[in-house]
Design a protein around this ligand. Structure first.
Ligand code: ADP
Length: 299
């Protein structure tokens, strides 16, 4: 379990993380989603004690990372896969890290197998492709068999096979009861990997929500009417599912906007609002529109 409470981090006069609070629970993949520059890496660095926050606190399994007696056995992280000595072989790279952290050498061979690098274990890491480098970075994260794992944009630049492999690995780690936090700026990527989403923008929390709830939100019709009770009955009759929404609105699933309009007509109810909720990608863009630091202008 990771607990982040009121975390604030500034670089000069730029506030990268601004009073951020959320928890990351074991047994599920938590997607850490936000546009580039939102503060995801800064938050992950703070979890690992690599950045000193200006305010707030971060604990891993109830303790600050810097106070952990055997940090690699508690938290594994893939932050920057290029942080490898290019002339060192993959196996030696892992052996060095294992040795300085009191991890037995046989664990090195185990993780090489887990990430599928056994056949190139004695090759220099400098000659590795991006995907192989990423696998080596993940091997480092797994070395101490930690209960908590952080992956910062792990699928960046990978081919579809590599992406599928990483997704399955993360799901497997969560299924073993580990705490898995994975960042991405792509909603589509998170929708296929995460069970839970923490969405941030400009260093602030935007949403902390289960993926199924988020998906449900993405394909609804929000409706308000002068006689909601009558409309709800008609909508149910028409095959829709009606749930109470915010401020007395009705949230309808299983019917398109047009069918909702038709049901209102049949029931002779006056609609005061009829809003189709957007797709997942659109919902994410709407959520973060005001917090996107940099938007490329159309060419
Ligand atoms: P993300 O990982 O979501 O893309 P970051 O945490 O990398 O976002 O960055 C958040 C903000 O902090 C950005 O505006 C970024 O430019 C700024 N920032 C991050 N690291 C530094 C640094 N070392 N020095 C100055 N500014 C930084």
């Amino acid at each position: 379990m990771i607990e982040i409470t009121d975390l604030t981090k500034r670089y000069g006069n730029k506030t990268a993380v601004d009073g951020l609070s959320f928890n990351v629970h074991p047994g599920r993949v938590t997607g850490f989603l936000g546009p580039n520059g939102a503060g995801k890496s800064t938050t992950m660095r703070a979890i690992l004690g690599l950045d000193r926050p200006h305010g707030g606190s971060v604990t891993v399994n109830g303790r600050a990372y810097v106070g952990l007696p055997r940090p690699m056995r508690e938290v594994g992280a893939l932050l920057d896969a290029r942080a490898v000595h290019p002339r060192r072989t993959a196996r030696n790279h892992l052996l060095c890290i294992a040795q300085t952290n009191g991890i037995p050498a046989k664990r090195v061979d185990e993780v090489l197998q887990v990430v599928g690098l056994e056949s190139v274990a004695r090759k220099r890491a400098g000659g590795f492709s991006l995907g192989m480098g990423q696998r080596l970075g993940i091997a480092v994260a797994l070395l101490g068999d930690p209960k908590v794992l952080l992956f910062d944009e792990p699928v960046n630049g990978l081919d579809p096979e590599g992406i599928k492999w990483i997704r399955e690995l993360m799901r497997g780690l969560a299924a073993e009861g580990r705490t898995v936090l994975v960042s991405s700026h792509l909603m589509s990527e998170m929708a296929q990997t995460a069970d839970h989403l923490v969405v941030i923008g400009k260093g602030k929390l935007i949403a902390d929500i289960g993926i199924s709830e988020f998906v449900r939100q993405g394909s609804n019709v929000l409706v308000r009417a002068d006689d909601q009770e009558r409309l709800a009955a008609e909508l149910t009759e028409a095959g829709g599912t009606v749930l109470p929404g915010a401020d007395g609105a009705l949230i309808v699933t299983g019917l398109e906007a047009r069918q909702v309009g038709k049901a209102a007509l049949d029931a002779e109810v006056v609609l005061t609002e009829l809003t189709p909720q957007r797709s997942l990608e659109q919902a994410y863009m709407d959520l973060t529109r005001d917090s996107v630091e940099f938007q490329a202008s159309a060419a």
